[in-house]
Structure formats: C-alpha cells, structure tokens
Design a protein around this ligand. Structure first.
Ligand SMILES: C[S@@+](CC[C@H](N)C(=O)[O-])C[C@H]1O[C@@H](n2cnc3c(N)ncnc32)[C@H](O)[C@@H]1O
Length: 205
C-alpha cells in the first residue's frame, strides 16, 4: 500500500511522517515479515510499517501509547484487516503469528524490557516470531546524530516515551534469548546517518 497522505495532520507531523517513511527498512520487512496471519505492530506510530505490510493475507493490529498517532493511523489505514488501538487489553486478548517492533524499545525503560518480552512470548503462537529493530549504541558520529535527533523530537513533544536509551548489539540478543526466543537471523546496517541492528526472534514451536 502506498504511504497515505495524512492530510488531516499538522505540517510538522506530516514532515515527520515523510522523513520516517523514507528511512524505514522496507527490504527488511519484505524479507522477514510473516507472509500471512495475525500481526501486531507494537509501537506502530502513524502506522507506516502496517501500511507497507497490509494485504488481504495479513490481519494487522497496530498498538501505540500515543492516542493522536493511533487515531491518525486508524483514519488513514483502518479497514477490514487493519486496526489500531491504545488498549493493551485489546492487544492481550489476541494471539499473533508475528510481532513487529521497530524503533520503539529505546523509549521504554530497561527495567521493563524483560517483562515486555515475556508478554511478547505469551502473545505469540508457537512457531511465531518477533521482528525487533533498534539503533545500535556504537559511539559513532551516526549514533550521536540519532541521539541528538531523538532528544530534539522529545523536546518538541514529537515523541512519547519515558526514556531515550540505546544499547549495544549483544543487549538485544541476550534479552530475547533470556525470554526463550531463538535468534533466527540477525541483520546489521551502517550508514552515515544511522547504525542499526534487527533480529528475527522465533518462539520455538
Ligand atoms: C520512532 S517511533 C516508531 C514508530 C513505528 N514503529 C515506525 O517504525 O514507524 C516510536 C513509537 O513508539 C511509541 N512508544 C513509545 N513508548 C511506547 C510504549 N511504552 N508502548 C508502545 N509504544 C510506545 C511512540 O509513541 C512512537 O509512536
């Protein structure tokens, strides 16, 4: 599905959406997203990941703590197979073939990560997967630029989240394995403006 226009959003939000849509790792999604079934887009924001994946074989629920983003996503993308919510009860009432969490964990305090991954494990059907992507804490100039951008977005009130905290690669792998996931593939990319890792984590069948 092409990126929606989000015509009802203020100019700053539309700019943020346009910039985000340009740097999403579409090839990662094409390679690792479940081809069919029930998907949860955790921390969906405006729903850009969902917009890319939506088709008649996937039923996608987007969840985010930001009610404005969820409402905008629902207006732009809501349909028979695609819906958005701010209700964790609604999320927890279903099970999934895949959970996608792209660039969200850094906004959640470390002490909540294990409990969150335990929840993911129980929400996934046996054999289901978690696709996690995060900026890597490398100390490079690219990393510093990402941190500066995130702090600016927070100062402008453009991102909801309790913290801005990135980790090194081993942190994410260890977190997933501690909660019972098997790492099926790991991806690492570096460019002038970002360095990120992604992990396809499988709940054993
Ligand atoms: C950088 S955006 C990424 C949005 C989307 N995943 C994407 O790739 O375009 C981070 C999103 O995480 C959401 N978020 C922050 N803390 C969250 C939490 N505790 N639970 C769910 N979503 C959260 C924010 O509201 C924001 O929409």
């Amino acid at each position: 599905m092409p990126v929606p226009r989000y015509a009802d959003q203020p100019a700053l939000a539309r700019l943020q959406i346009r910039l985000r849509s340009r740097c999403l790792p579409y090839d990662l999604l094409d390679r690792h997203a479940a081809a069919e079934g029930d998907l949860l887009d955790y921390g969906c924001g405006y729903g850009l990941v969902t917009a890319h994946l939506a088709n008649d074989k996937r039923r996608i629920l987007g969840y985010d703590i930001d009610p404005d983003r969820v409402a905008a996503a629902e207006r732009a993308l809501g349909s028979d197979g695609v819906s958005f919510t701010t209700s964790l009860d609604e999320v927890a009432a279903r099970t999934y073939d895949q959970i996608l969490m792209l660039d969200v964990l850094y906004l959640i305090p470390d002490e909540l990560h294990d409990a969150l991954f335990q929840q993911f494990f129980t929400w996934l059907r046996p054999g289901g997967s978690l696709l996690l992507k995060e900026t890597l804490h490398t100390g490079s100039l690219a990393y510093r630029l990402v941190v500066a951008e995130e702090l600016l977005l927070r100062a402008l009130g453009r991102t909801k989240g309790q913290v801005v905290r990135f980790h090194q690669e081993g942190y994410y792998r260890a977190l997933a394995e501690r909660e019972g996931f098997e790492i099926e593939t790991a991806t690492r990319r570096a460019s002038l403006t970002n360095e990120w890792g992604a992990w396809l984590c499988r709940r054993p069948g």
